[in-house]
Design a binder for this molecule. Structure first.
Ligand code: ATP
Ligand code: ZN
Length: 289
C-alpha cells in the first residue's frame, strides 16, 4: 500500500522559525534550501514542510490543507481553530497582557469596564472580558498596538509581552495577564482516520516527543562510595531506575541516570556531600520512552 506523505505547516519567517527548524533538525528531518521555497520535501522521511504566515497555520490544519502545524497557542485560540493540540514545545514563550499608561495603577480587572482596549487579538480579549463579566470596547488594529494610547485611539492595549521593553518605550506597563502562550504542535482532527497517513504520523510524533524529552533531560554519571548508595539513589530524580555498575575498587560503584535538566544544580551539592566524585553531566540527543 502506498503511504501518503504528511504535510507540516510552520512559520516562514518570524520568531518561531529558527527554533522550529532546530527542533525538526533534532528529529533528523533533512530540510534543504528552505529559504527561497514555500514547500520543501524532506528527503529522508515522508514529510512535506509548508512555510506560511503564522496566522494562516491553524486554518490550514483545520481544513486539512496541512496535516500538522507548529504555531503559537495564542494564534490557535485567536483563530478559534478546530484542531487538536498534541504537544507544547517549550519555546516561543510569551504572555498576552493588558498594557496601561505608566502613570495609571489598575488594582482590579473591573476597572477595565467602559474603557477602550486596542488589540490584534479581539477574540482572545473578548473571551477574557466575558469570563470576567467586563464590558469594554475592543478596537481591532492590525499592528503596532503599543502606540494606540499615545495616539488617543484607546485607553489601554492588549498585546503579547515577553520582556516589556516595547511597552516601556511607549510609556506603558503590564497590568493583567490574559493568557500565557508557547509554540504548540497541532494536528488535523481527522488525520488518524486516514490509514495511509496514520503510520507516518505515529513515527513523526515519536521523533518529536523523543527530541523534546531529550531537550529536557541530561545524562548524569558519577562514582560513589558503596556505602552511600541508598542516600544517593534518594537524591537522584531519575526518569527511570538508575544503572549501578561495579568498579575495580570494590568499595566504590558507578551510577548512571537520566535526570530532568533543570534539577542538576539543585542536587549537585547533596551528591558531593554524600561522597560522589567524578560527576559528569552529558547532553542527550534522543529518548524513546
Ligand atoms: P507572520 O509574518 O508569520 O504573520 P508575525 O509578525 O505575526 O509573523 P511573530 O512576531 O514572528 O509573528 O511572532 C510569532 C509568534 O511568536 C507569536 O504569535 C507568539 O506566539 C510568539 N512570540 C514569542 N514572543 C513574542 C513576543 N515578544 N512578541 C510577539 N510574539 C511572540
Ligand atoms: Zn502573524
Amino acid at each position: 500500500m502506498k503511504k501518503d506523505r504528511l504535510k507540516l505547516a510552520i512559520q516562514k519567517n518570524g520568531r518561531l522559525t529558527d527554533e522550529t527548524l532546530s527542533l525538526l533538525k533534532k528529529c533528523s528531518f533533512n530540510i534543504d534550501h528552505y529559504k527561497e521555497r514555500l514547500m520543501v520535501s524532506v528527503q529522508n522521511f515522508p514529510l512535506e514542510i509548508l512555510f506560511l504566515r503564522d496566522d494562516d497555520i491553524p486554518e490550514y490544519v483545520q481544513d486539512g490543507v496541512a496535516d500538522l502545524g507548529i504555531v503559537g497557542e495564542n494564534i490557535v485560540y485567536e483563530k478559534r481553530a478546530d484542531v487538536e493540540t498534541i504537544a507544547q514545545l517549550g519555546y516561543g514563550k510569551c504572555s498576552l497582557g493588558i498594557g496601561v499608561p505608566e502613570n495609571e495603577e489598575l488594582k482590579n480587572i473591573s476597572e477595565l469596564n467602559g474603557k477602550t482596549i486596542a488589540t490584534t487579538y479581539p477574540n482572545l480579549l473578548s473571551d477574557f472580558l466575558n469570563q470576567n463579566g467586563i464590558k469594554s470596547k475592543i478596537i481591532q488594529i492590525s499592528g503596532s498596538v503599543e502606540i494606540a494610547p499615545n495616539l488617543g485611539v484607546s485607553d489601554f492595549i492588549c498585546d503579547l509581552i515577553s520582556t516589556g521593553n516595547t511597552l516601556k518605550m511607549n510609556k506603558l506597563k503590564k497590568s493583567f495577564s490574559v493568557m500565557d502562550s508557547q509554540a504548540v504542535l497541532i494536528k488535523n482532527k481527522k488525520l488518524t482516520e486516514n490509514k495511509n497517513k496514520e503510520e507516518n504520523y505515529t513515527l513523526f510524533f515519536r521523533r518529536i516527543m523523543s527530541a523534546l524529552n531529550a531537550k529536557n533531560s541530561k545524562y548524569i554519571m558519577m562514582n560513589i562510595p558503596k556505602k552511600s548508595l541508598d542516600t544517593i539513589i534518594e537524591i537522584i530524580p531519575s526518569l527511570k531506575s538508575p544503572t549501578i555498575l561495579s568498579l575495580a575498587d570494590e568499595t566504590m560503584l558507578a551510577i548512571h541516570a537520566v535526570i530532568p535538566s533543570d534539577t542538576f544544580w539543585e542536587i549537585e551539592n547533596e551528591l558531593k556531600k554524600a561522597g560522589a566524585s567524578g560527576i559528569l553531566l552529558l547532553p542527550i540527543e534522543n529518548i524513546i520512552l
